[in-house]
Design a protein around this ligand. Structure first.
Ligand code: ATP
Length: 514
């Protein structure tokens, strides 16, 4: 774990050093849990968003996009339940004065027990080798059974407390489990209180003429309140979806782990409207499609898992998370939820406007059911960054830091490098840049030795380097170096476009989703 922490720290400093992510307002010592994307970060982020957007709107002829405003009528958040129930239970340690989420403290305790079980299983697997039967071991080993029973009892007690919104019981669990504050090491806890995560501000200029509005905590409500507009103007027929990418804001109590949990972040959400009764089939379909989207990036199939929710929100009838293996464990990057007709019905009730769909095939009207896919851009960015980072030992004894970014997501697709800064090589290199730049993000670099320039491009994940040398002037060929294999081949300038395009184009990625 310590080693993993170490890797994560290196990734965070690499992200800063190479212009991917900076702490916000850094010259003023930063702003907690807010980050800025730098010159390379913004390109990577835009490419992730484009991959998602195109996979939704180009590959599905029944999905369209919108871009709704961040400010919305405050009653929307009353209708959606956010004013009354978008809370986290918080608890303070009286000695360290640190604030924690009570639910997270308990979940970490459950994870600790699960870790113990996993360790027992791994130990036994090593001891028994090929003949190891994991299911049998789990069902019969005394120590595992004891820990499993402990885990299940704690999980049940915790789920009940959360479901009943029983704050005293949450505190009691923390006391009974002897959970200590990691900073002070004491168990001197305050009461548990509910804390609403929405940011509030005033709209309008005068004190009495102004009204309180919220910064949206999710983009989804902008889709629900535009359901009728889009359905009517786009003449959409059920099933159909509306996609949106945009900023969301949550006043998170504990914001840790870099861009994993931020107070201002970006979401890519799609609400898919279906016939009542058909939602579970669609829920399964979207689980499959979304996992395929993730896996097509080639970050490693074993890095994903579904975490089906045992505790469902009162309006949901199925929910799962797609978790990704970050350096700090498997963590949620995307949620897929079957939200019934809760949101549309609530908006119908609160606005007094009829929100229904007339289904010509059934010859009847109904409030559509909804499957939601909701993914955080920043968490996706983090999963791509973490799984791409490598400190690679080279045969010559040196090490290089390389980002094995999926080529279509890389901020820079190719770098054109004149071998020396004279003899007409820079001019020739510029000619190549001027041709390629219309189709690919292309860098020109002439400073430092060629090896150093290769390393800089490796560090930002550039898939191709094109080196222009004296031979280029004679026969119009260049050296094309591939990032991961570091293989170099001599190719004609005329072939560059096709060679690069086949590897880095977004459609090459989208085609994998067919
Ligand atoms: P968590 O349990 O981690 O707080 P959540 O279940 O509240 O997340 P959702 O409301 O389902 O998250 O939001 C959908 C997606 O938005 C998440 O899967 C995540 O990728 C992203 N997201 C949510 N909160 C944050 C945040 N504070 N910072 C960055 N991304 C976030």
């Amino acid at each position: 774990m310590a080693q993993q922490d170490d890797v994560f720290k290196k990734i965070v400093s690499h992200a800063k050093e190479y212009g991917f992510v900076f702490p916000s307002s850094e010259i003023y010592d930063g702003l907690s849990a807010v980050y800025d994307y730098g010159q390379n970060g913004v390109e990577l982020k835009n490419n992730i968003k484009r991959y998602w957007w195109d996979s939704m709107t180009l590959l599905h002829d029944n999905i369209v996009g919108i871009d709704s405003a961040i400010f919305m009528h405050p009653t929307i958040w009353k209708a959606s339940g956010h004013v009354d129930a978008f809370n986290d239970p918080l608890i303070d340690n009286k000695d360290s004065k640190k604030r924690y989420r009570a639910d997270v403290l308990i979940e970490e305790q459950i994870a600790k027990i699960e870790d113990k079980i996993a360790k027992e299983v791994a130990k036994a697997a090593k001891r028994f080798g090929d003949s190891f039967d994991e299911a049998q071991f789990r069902a019969t080993n005394g120590r595992v059974l004891e820990q499993q029973a402990k885990r299940d009892a704690l999980h049940e007690r915790y789920s009940k407390a959360m479901n009943d919104n029983n704050l005293e019981e949450l505190r009691q669990i923390i006391i009974d489990e002897e959970i200590a504050c990691p900073i002070s090491g004491t168990r001197n806890w305050t009461e548990v209180r509910q804390f609403n995560l929405m940011f509030k501000t005033e709209m309008g200029s005068t004190a009495d003429g102004s009204m309180s509005v919220y910064l949206r905590p999710e983009t989804a409500q902008g889709i629900f309140v535009n359901y009728l507009n889009v359905q009517k103007t786009g003449r959409m027929r059920i099933p159909f979806g509306i996609a949106q990418i945009g900023k969301a804001f949550r006043n998170e109590i504990v914001a840790r782990q870099f861009i994993f949990r931020m107070r201002e972040f970006e979401q890519m959400e799609m609400q898919f409207f279906v016939r009542p009764g058909e939602e579970i089939g669609w829920f399964k379909q979207w689980k499959e499609w979304r996992l395929k989207w993730h896996k097509a990036l080639g970050l490693g199939d074993n890095k994903y898992r579904f975490h089906d929710h045992e505790k469902l929100a009162h309006y949901a009838n199925a929910a799962t998370d797609i978790e990704f293996e970050m350096p700090f464990g498997f963590k949620e990057v995307e949620g897929i939820h079957s939200r019934t007709n809760f949101d549309l019905s609530q908006h119908q009730k609160f606005s007094g406007k009829k929100i229904e769909y007339f289904d010509p095939e059934l010859n009847q009207s109904y409030t559509p059911y909804v499957i939601e896919t909701s993914i955080g851009v920043d968490r996706m960015f983090l999963s791509v960054l973490c799984s791409s980072y490598e400190e690679e030992a080279l045969p010559n004894g040196e090490t290089r830091v390389v980002l094995h970014l999926p080529a279509p997501l890389a901020p820079v697709k190719c770098a054109v490098l004149p071998l020396v800064r004279k003899d007409g090589l820079p001019e020739k290199a510029r000619e190549i840049v001027d041709d390629l730049k219309f189709d690919f993000a292309t860098h020109y670099e002439e400073k430092d030795a060629i090896g150093k320039r290769y390393r800089r491009q490796d560090a930002i994940g550039t898939p191709f380097c094109i080196t222009v040398d004296h031979q280029t002037l004679e026969d119009n060929t260049v050296t094309l170096r591939e990032r991961d294999s570091m293989q170099q081949e001599r190719v004609a300038i005329a072939d560059l476009h096709k060679l690069i395009h086949d590897k880095v184009s977004l459609p090459s990625l989208l085609r994998k989703l067919k």
